[in-house]
Design a protein around this ligand. Sequence first.
Ligand code: FES
Length: 155
Amino acid sequence: MSLKGIDQILKKFEYRESAIIAILQEVQEKQNYLPEKDLEYISEKLPIPLTRIYRIASFYNAFSLKPRGKHIISVCLGTACHVRGAPMVLDRLKLELGIDIGEMTEDGLFSLETVNCLGACAMGPIVVFGKEYHGQMTPARVESAIKKYKKTSKE
Ligand code: FES
């Protein structure tokens, strides 16, 4: 994101130190993660110590300090999903995407993450593509799900 873009966000929140979480949320929303240079700029402009910004960014799960793909794929590894085969689904995703947990594909389309129970255990194993829940996921269904998201990304 350009510094001009960051300035617009800071202006929107009137450069208020108390709005730091909302500011970080907007930056994250635009880029799917919080780049180091943006955090340095925000720290300088507000001003808030950079260490404090990093503390906030690492405390909340919604923030990521590493680049994330356009589509975040989250595999539930809670007990119910685990016993219903989530580890095999995860292995297939790793294989299809060529990445490990916490990584992003080279084309920037996908990131792979795991979560512990999404509260819909009866539908397990569950994989979330962005905001879309896919219940009763199987390794065989992984390929078609990925294809679908690749296709929608081109449209
Ligand atoms: S264990 Fe996966 S939704 Fe509960």
